[in-house]
Design a protein around this ligand. Structure first.
Ligand SMILES: *Cc1c(COP(=O)(O)O)cnc(C)c1O
Length: 466
C-alpha cells in the first residue's frame, strides 16, 4: 500500500499587503452606503430634470431652525443678544432675507456687501461694517446712515474722523481687537493687537477725537473653531479689556462682538472623528461664552453697571447644513493605481470648500454593487479639481446623481465661473414648494460686461488668416 502523497506548497516569504479599502475582508462586512432621494420631503431627481444638473438646493426649514436654535442658546443665557449675518458666508438674497426675517442684522466686509444689504432693504443702522478696507465713499455712507463701523487700523481712524467732520456728526465706532486666546492661532493681521498695547493706543486716540466715540469692541478669533476654551478665553479677555478701556478713557462700551467661527457639521480633512462627535452644539458654545462672560462681568453687575450686548457673527455654522449640491456622474475610469474614478459635472468651481472638507456624498437612489474606494473628480481641466479624494461608493454609472453636503457655507460666494456656467439654486420652502432663488447662468450674462472693439469683430474685412 502506497503511503498518501503529501502535497507541500512551496515556501514563500511572508509579506504584508494592504487591504483594498471597502472590499470584503476578514475584518468585517462592508459598510452599507445609504442613499437619500429627497430634501425636506421634496424628490430631488425631478428637480434635476427641471432645473438642470448640477443644482444647489437650499432648505428654508433648516436655515430658520438654525437661526432660532442659535438665538435660543444665547438669549436664554445672556440678557441682550444680537446676531449679524456674515454676508460673505452666503450672500444669496434669499438666504440673507430669511435671516433678516429671523432678526439678524447684516454683517458686511466690503462696499459690495454693504450695497447688497442696502439693496435688500436693510437700513444702515442695522449693518455691522467690518473688514480691512472700507473705501472713503462707503465709509461716508455708512457713517451717515448710522452703521456699526468696526475700525481695523489707524489710517481708518483718521479717515473716519475726516468723514465725521465733513458730516458734522459725532460717530460711534467699535474697534477690532486681536489677541492670543491660548487655544487658536492668533489672526494678528486684522484689527489692533491687545498684548502689544496697540489696542489701548487706538482707544486713546479715539477718546481724544472730537468726532469719534468708542462704544464697542469686536474680535473674530478664527473659523471652524472646535475648542470651547478658545471662546471662553476670548469672552474673558474682551470683558477685561472693556473694563480697562472704560477706566482709562472714560468711554462707555455698549457691546462686545465676538465674531463668528463656530464649526459646522462638516468633516475637516485630516480630522478622523466624525463631525457629530466633534462639533460642539450652539448650546455648548453659548455655555462656554456666557459662562465666562458672566464671571468676567461680576464686579460690573455688582456695581449696577449695564451689561454689554453680546453680538455674534456666526456664519458657517448657520448655513452650511441648510444647502446641498446635487451633481451627476458624467464618466468613469479605472486609475493606474487601481482606484475607481468618477467624473462629476460639479467640481471645485462650485464646491470651493472641497479643498478643506471631506463632504458627505450620498447617491440619490440605492446603487448595486460592492462599495470600493473611489475618487470623485470635477469637470475642470485642472489637476486640483477633486471633490473627494477617497470615498467608499458602489460602482457609479453615467447619469447617477449624488448629493454632496453640507454645502451652504462659502460655496455660493467663492464659486468661480472658470470654464463653466454657474448652475441654478433652488429653495425648498417651509410649505414644501420649490422656488428658484438664482437662475442658471447663460452666455449672455457673462458677455454682458465685455466690450469688443469694432476692429476685432468677426467677420474681419480681410477674412480669417489661412
Ligand atoms: C467670515 C467672518 C465671519 C463668519 O465666520 P464663520 O467662521 O463663517 O462663522 C464673522 N465675522 C467676520 C469679521 C468674518 O470675517
Amino acid at each position: 500500500m502506497n503511503a498518501p502523497v503529501k502535497i507541500l506548497k512551496p515556501w514563500v516569504k511572508p509579506t504584508l499587503s494592504p487591504h483594498r479599502v471597502g472590499v470584503m475582508n476578514k475584518f468585517g462586512a462592508v459598510r452599507q452606503h445609504n442613499h437619500q432621494a429627497d430634501l425636506d420631503g421634496v424628490a430631488i431627481e425631478p428637480l434635476l430634470e427641471q432645473y438642470g444638473s448640477p443644482l444647489f438646493i437650499l432648505s428654508e426649514k433648516t436655515l430658520r431652525d438654525n437661526a432660532r436654535r442659535l438665538q435660543r442658546a444665547f438669549a436664554t443665557r445672556w440678557p441682550k443678544v444680537r446676531h449679524g449675518w456674515s454676508y460673505k458666508t452666503n450672500y444669496l438674497n434669499a438666504v440673507c432675507s430669511i435671516l433678516h426675517q429671523e432678526g439678524s442684522w447684516a454683517e458686511v466686509v466690503s462696499d459690495f456687501e454693504y450695497h447688497k444689504a442696502r439693496a435688500l432693504g436693510v437700513p444702515g443702522s442695522r449693518i455691522i461694517f467690518n473688514g480691512p478696507w472700507k473705501p472713503s465713499a462707503i465709509l461716508e455712507q455708512a457713517a451717515h446712515e448710522g452703521a456699526q463701523i468696526h475700525i481695523d487700523h489707524l489710517d481708518e481712524i483718521y479717515a473716519l474722523e475726516q468723514v465725521a467732520k465733513s458730516l458734522n456728526k459725532k460717530v460711534a465706532v467699535g474697534i477690532r481687537l486681536n489677541f492670543d486666546t491660548g487655544y487658536t492661532e492668533s489672526w494678528s493681521r486684522f484689527g489692533f493687537n491687545l498684548e502689544s498695547g496697540a489696542a489701548m493706543d487706538a482707544a486713546q486716540r479715539i477718546a481724544s477725537s472730537e468726532w469719534l466715540k468708542l462704544t464697542g469692541l469686536h474680535s473674530h478669533i478664527g473659523t471652524f473653531v472646535l475648542d470651547l476654551r478658545a471662546y471662553a478665553a476670548q469672552a474673558r479677555i474682551m470683558a477685561e479689556f472693556m473694563d480697562k478701556v472704560e477706566a482709562e478713557t472714560a468711554c462707555l462700551i455698549e457691546y462686545l462682538d465676538i465674531g463668528g467661527g463656530f464649526a459646522s457639521r462638516n468633516a475637516l480633512q485630516g480630522v478622523y472623528l466624525p463631525p457629530d462627535q466633534l462639533v460642539p452644539s450652539f448650546d455648548q458654545y453659548a455655555e462656554a461664552i456666557t459662562g465666562s462672560l458672566l464671571e468676567a462681568t461680576r464686579t460690573r453687575s455688582a456695581a449696577g453697571k449695564t451689561l454689554p450686548t453680546l453680538i455674534l457673527e456666526t456664519g458657517r455654522a448657520m448655513v452650511d447644513d441648510a444647502e446641498i449640491l446635487v451633481t451627476r456622474v458624467v464618466g468613469g475610469k479605472r486609475l493606474p493605481d487601481g482606484r475607481r474614478a468618477a467624473i462629476l459635472d460639479a467640481g471645485v468651481n462650485l464646491l470651493f470648500t472641497a479643498f478643506w472638507y471631506n463632504h458627505q456624498v450620498k447617491p440619490l437612489r440605492p446603487l448595486d454593487g460592492i462599495p470600493e474606494e473611489t475618487v470623485l473628480y470635477g469637470p475642470l481641466c485642472m489637476n486640483i479639481d477633486i471633490v473627494r479624494n477617497s470615498v467608499m461608493l458602489p460602482p457609479l454609472n453615467v447619469g447617477d446623481a449624488l448629493m454632496v453636503r453640507p454645502a451652504g457655507a462659502y460655496n455660493n460666494t467663492q464659486w468661480m465661473q472658470f470654464i463653466q456656467y454657474r448652475p441654478a439654486v433652488v429653495m425648498v420652502t417651509l410649505e414644501g414648494k420649490v422656488e428658484v432663488v438664482r437662475v442658471a447662468e447663460q452666455l449672455s450674462a457673462i458677455n454682458e460686461y465685455e466690450r469688443l472693439p469694432e476692429s476685432l469683430r468677426l467677420p474681419f474685412p480681410q477674412g480669417l488668416p489661412e
